[in-house]
Design a protein around this ligand. Sequence first.
Ligand code: GBH
Length: 502
Amino acid sequence: MASWAIIGLLAVCHASYITAYTKFPEGFTFGVATAAHQIEGAWNVSGKSENVWDRLSHTRPEMIADGTNGDIACDSYNRYREDVEELAHLGVDFYRFSLSWSRILPTGFIDELNPDGVRYYNDLLDALAEHNIEPLVTLFHWDLPQSLQDLGGWANPKMIDYFRDYADVCFKQFGDKIKSWITFNEPYEICEDAYGDEKKAPAVDSHGVGNYLCSDTLLKAHAEAYHLYNETYRPVQNGKIMISINSIWYEPSDPENAEQVALAEVANQFKFGWFAHPIFTEEGGYPAVMVENIARQSASEGLNKPRLEQFDDYWIERIKGTSDFLGINHYTTHLITGAGVDPIAKSPSWLKDIGAVTTMNVGGDSASEWLRVVPTGFANLLRWCKSSYNDPPIYITENGFSDRGTLQDYGRIQYFNEYLSVILNVIYDDGVRVLGYTAWTLMDNFEWRAGFSERFGFYYVDITHPDRPRTPKLSVDYYRQLIANRELPQDERFKDPAVRRL
Ligand code: GBH
């Protein structure tokens, strides 16, 4: 009798899982995000120099799905006032955008400060201030000056100094107007996709080697920028600084299968822990399983030292604790099916070093092959972050859904609704300290190698028109209402009529 009651109760809880909570806690903040190269355009005017994405899309256009590039993109360099109007319409608390290094420092170094670049960001910051929108500013969202790539880019340890110098210029020029900074957007993408593969510019594809050289440099560069801010700028500017780590979350394809469960943990350590463990644990350094697996693989390959170098004690201490919040970019969950070498893994490589076979999840489709709708995975990731990193304060710095650009974007609305429900659940039921949420993205933009073929925006952008007109999608109304009421909208008009009729 009692057990039937419990089963009944569980069934009710399960059915109401998605709509259990609707109201966001006091002080929870909402924003939207963009990145310089994806929206600004003006790629070679007003003193901006070439970056690695300019180089890739111009010299290897076949690598971009629709052959587009960032030359004009959404033309935000000229139309940022329209962007700010849209932000004001949405009613966001903050706007996350990134600074273009090659626009501010055209040589890559501090010997030449580009006055037009500095003016552009000051104008944008002033326009935001007029509308009471807080800036959340990313120093590096993938658009490395080509001049620095010519010296090896993130595989070159000198980048620690160059990045620190660039950060110094940004803190000095803009820090009076910016209270929240992000050093790096998605270190995994920067290192694995761009130096361990050719999925991102500069497409170096030094699999199993370049990716680990990159992480060594990037984590040190991050720490140096943090300490610089902390010691020199924070006392006068009073801001916060963090890193945004991305997280395709891995789960066992069969939750009862102990081997898959263990391998999913290994995969999450390789993916998220690679950059989170050195910064957010008390122990510091790379996750033990990464160090072990890579050492074993490297020895079997006949190398005399592991492809991943461990940090020495100085750097372990120097990197530890260098983020005021845990920034999480999250989109989707993938599955682990068993031990072995993934059929798509190169040799050597990060994926082969994991030693697990991965596959796509079941779940609603988006326009991006890698992105399926799996809100339960998000809940598991957030709980895992709480327990693995000593209950850090968390900002979701990206989350979003792609389609082909429809204005009746029910898929996007449903995605946001389900993923935001998960946030409410983990806040109220598990005590995960999620403080704010950033939707990706303000408007359809240059989606890297997918060009404009996969669209994540609240606003539709017509890239065939010279004025790049922006048209609000239905999700604009949804997010605007959500922010105004601090509550998940319940309106029927946000539900897909095809589903509503059922
Ligand atoms: C974010 O990255 C970026 O920060 C943002 O700039 C971007 O526009 C947004 O997401 C949407 O993609 O097809 O197998 O080569 C998200 C991270 C992006 C990870 C795509 C995997 C492709 C994998 N991911 N990526 S694959």
